[in-house]
Design a binder for this molecule. Structure first.
Ligand code: NAD
Length: 246
């Protein structure tokens, strides 16, 4: 297999077929809320209870969501690469747990996780499946300063050093279901392209950074990605878009 070290960046689109709403709707709302109200620290400061409840609802609704064939294809790719001494670097912007539910491991959640809660005072990140509020107490420092463990606009994503190493080490970069407008994730393709690595896009339509990609596969990731993974595990070259999207 030619491509032994593969970096995959996933976005909200990979979970759309599992019934998790994507971020960027035409009216600029995310689950009936303005993005500036529920995805910025300023929004949290304005109305902490509303923001806690917004993520509580999402956390509870996640419990019934199941991975779709696209998540499962990435698990198959991870296992296939590892069996041949290779590696999959799985980087997700998603805050859901569908890669974990599909059986993937070592996932880098660069934008945090719904199933965690963060203490603003001591920085503790605690696994959490309940509902949080302004009254929630940090189990480490005892203060009532808990917030959703979500990286909001204007905040630094997690594990950026590690991500840079993955992008440097991989010999193929793949973006799945991401609009290419949220930085720094949207810039990963540019880094890989400049390093001379082939870059592939899986999306319903061209993303904002589509011109950076070597090959694009348009269609539902739940249909295209399983076909692609089967091809890649059996061949040394990359399939044409015609082959995957027919
Ligand atoms: P986005 O909502 O901005 O874009 C989603 C992209 O996925 C679009 O380009 C769309 O064309 C594509 N898409 C939709 N359905 C698809 C399908 N079936 N197959 C392939 N592609 C499909 O998402 P983003 O670029 O990830 O950025 C939004 C931010 O919102 C992320 O940082 C993430 O933290 C957060 N978010 C996460 C979730 C989640 O955890 N599932 C959901 C919504 C938002």
């Amino acid at each position: 297999m030619k491509y032994q070290k593969i970096a995959v960046l996933t976005g909200a689109g990979i979970s759309a077929e599992s019934g998790v709403p994507v971020f960027r709707s035409e009216d600029g709302l995310w689950e009936q809320h303005r993005i500036e109200d529920v995805a910025t620290y300023e929004g949290f400061m304005r109305d902490k209870t509303m923001v806690h409840n917004f993520y509580n609802t999402m956390r509870q609704s996640l419990k019934s969501k199941v991975p779709n064939p696209a998540h499962k294809a990435l698990t198959k790719l991870q296992q296939g690469l590892e069996a041949k001494g290779g590696k999959l670097f799985l980087i997700t912007q998603n805050i859901d747990d569908l890669h974990e539910k599909a059986g993937s491991h070592d996932i880098i959640h660069m934008h945090g996780e719904l199933n965690n809660i963060l203490c603003e005072s001591c920085g503790a990140r605690i696994p959490f499946s309940d509902n949080s509020s302004v009254e929630s107490v940090c189990p480490k420092c005892g203060r009532k300063t808990m917030r959703p463990d979500i990286v909001w606009f204007g905040e630094m994503p997690y594990r950026m050093d590690e991500i840079e190493r993955c992008l440097g080490e991989c010999n193929l970069f793949i973006a799945v279901g991401t609009s290419g407008v949220v930085y720094p994730a949207a810039g990963f393709v540019q880094i890989c392209k400049h390093l001379g690595k082939p870059c592939l896009e899986f999306n319903l339509e061209p993303s904002a950074v589509h011109n950076m990609f070597t090959v694009s596969y348009y269609g539902k990731a739940g249909t295209t990605l399983p076909k692609f993974v089967d091809y890649l595990l059996a061949h040394d070259d990359l399939p044409s878009s015609k082959e995957i999207c027919k």
